[in-house]
Design a protein around this ligand. Structure first.
Ligand code: AMP
Ligand code: MG
Length: 469
């Protein structure tokens, strides 16, 4: 093998009750569909030039030297219901390099697969590849995509579909649910080891469980506000899909808003709208309360723990709101937020909601002084616009410059993602590659990618997304 990965595995050094050693299952005829060469270089991966070898490695068919493959243990609340036994059922951590996990997703069965086949089909693989890289280009913390491989095997999801493996890169895969798993087993020693490990990797300044919780809350408050500022709906914010690092993780049913409405839901399994666009700020607080609960045994005194942790969790909604105001302030050209700006933001969002305006295009048009073309209730908009222009006169930075770097032109729209997947299944990767190129510079003038800025027509509109498991 020529490929070299400078592994320095730390998770594999943790107690063996944290994971199960597990090799990936080789696949029949792996073909490399995508490889993120700049990301590979930043991870210290060298001699990654032979597509056949990359396909072998990133399908899990051969293990690179130094790999210590394992499936992580975790638990979690799924849609609010406690599940003590989750864990990597279709993912295997092959090792760490330069502080990042390399994880194969769709790499075969593990002790945590339950009734699942441990596999993924190409749809969710390419979907996560595009969505996570787009998220990164938008400047939002996220796991990354290193490779996508077609396995040459079929998987069965009501129908027969082509199989795939995604290589995911994350600053770690430690979740709220990882802490919950140890808490549920009353493994206080394990909790301490996990927290120390997470602190060393993510929050080296934290001196105590309270510092650690505060740091995770801070990261998650920023993350959710950022999602909202780009119109992102995660779709399945279960505690096992909530990373301690504050990175976006698990793009199963994730989607971006076309039409703005706070109650928008795409995920087929989210029947109550628990994870609707506008509920994300509440749900993340709920998730942080679960993390707080799991950390209580690490405090010398349970009563002090509850008082301190409750104060941290209760402060979170204001934190999110303040990030949200700052980010949406920038979307309307303001960097120096004043008390009255919140109302200005809310009034615009209300007009957009009433009109069913396209979230991305309306804000982008605001940057180009053309938002009026995107609203139906022109009178309401003109009243708002007058107040806004008055306010812009006091802006301390050039509003148009502020808005152009806050309002993307191109986001991964559902209908384009679905088209891309359908083409890839028919062995045409041109739409995938074109989307990747366009989404790499979401704030630039779209130029030849103008078609990708268009909101879906009624016929093109995708109403539901699926976990694809
Ligand atoms: P997710 O919806 O991706 O967050 O996954 C929830 C749980 O189901 C995790 O424990 C996964 O590992 C497991 N899972 C999802 N899909 C599969 C599959 N095809 N085979 C085995 N386990 C799976
Ligand atoms: Mg998950």
């Amino acid at each position: 093998m020529t490929l070299h990965i400078p592994f320095e595995n730390t998770y594999a050094r943790l107690p063996d009750r944290f994971y199960a050693q597990q090799d990936p299952t080789p696949v029949r005829t792996p073909t490399l569909l995508a490889f993120n060469a700049p990301l590979a270089a930043s991870l210290g991966i060298t001699d990654a030039t032979d597509p056949a070898e990359l396909a072998q490695v990133f399908s899990g068919s051969i293990l690179p030297t130094g790999s210590e493959p394992l499936a992580q243990v975790y638990a979690g609340h799924q849609f609010g219901n406690w599940n003590p036994n989750l864990g990597d059922g279709r993912a295997i951590l092959i090792g760490e390099t330069k502080g990042y996990d390399l994880q194969l997703k769709g790499s075969g069965r593990t002790p945590f697969s339950r009734r699942g086949d441990g596999r993924a089909w190409l749809g969710p693989v390419l979907r996560e590849y595009v969505l996570s890289e787009a998220m990164h280009a938008l400047g939002v913390p996220t796991t990354r995509a290193l490779a996508a491989v077609a396995t040459g095997e079929d998987v069965y999801r009501e129908e027969s579909l082509p199989g795939g493996v995604l290589t995911r890169v994350a600053s770690s895969h430690i979740r709220v649910g990882t802490f919950q798993a140890l808490y549920a087993r009353q493994d206080v020693e394990g909790l301490q080891i996990l927290m120390d490990h997470a602190i060393a990797r993510h929050y080296p300044d934290a001196q105590s469980p309270s510092d650690f919780l505060a740091a995770v809350i801070d990261a998650q408050a920023k993350l959710v506000a950022r999602w909202m500022s780009v119109g992102f709906i995660h779709g399945v914010m279960n505690t096992d899909n909530c990373a301690i690092s504050g990175e976006t993780i698990d793009y199963g049913p994730a989607a971006y808003l076309d039409t703005y409405h706070p109650m928008t839901v795409f995920s087929s399994i989210d029947r109550q709208g628990r994870y609707a666009y506008g509920n994300q700020a509440d749900i993340i607080v709920w998730n942080m309360a679960q993390l707080a609960t799991a950390l209580v045994p690490l405090m010398p005194n349970a009563e002090t723990a509850v008082t301190e942790f409750t104060a941290l969790v209760h402060a979170m909604p204001d934190q999110i709101r303040s990030h949200h105001t700052k980010l949406f302030g920038a979307k309307i050209g303001l960097t120096d937020i004043q008390d009255t700006d919140r109302a200005l933001i809310d009034d615009l969002l209300q007009i957009m909601e009433n009109d069913g305006a396209d979230f991305t295009n309306t804000f982008r048009a605001l940057s180009n002084d053309a938002a009026i073309d995107h609203v139906i209730d022109r009178d309401a908009f003109m009243v708002w616009e007058r107040l806004w222009r008055d306010r812009l006169r006091d802006a301390t930075t050039d509003p148009h410059t502020t808005m152009r770097v806050a309002n993307p032109a191109i986001i991964p729209r559902n209908h384009h993602i679905e088209e891309m997947i359908a083409s890839a299944v028919a062995e045409d990767l041109v739409p995938f590659e074109r989307l990747m190129t366009a989404l790499a510079t979401p704030f630039a003038d779209p130029g030849e990618f103008a078609d990708l800025t268009k909101a879906p027509t009624e016929n093109e509109r995708v109403r539901q997304t699926f976990c694809g498991t």
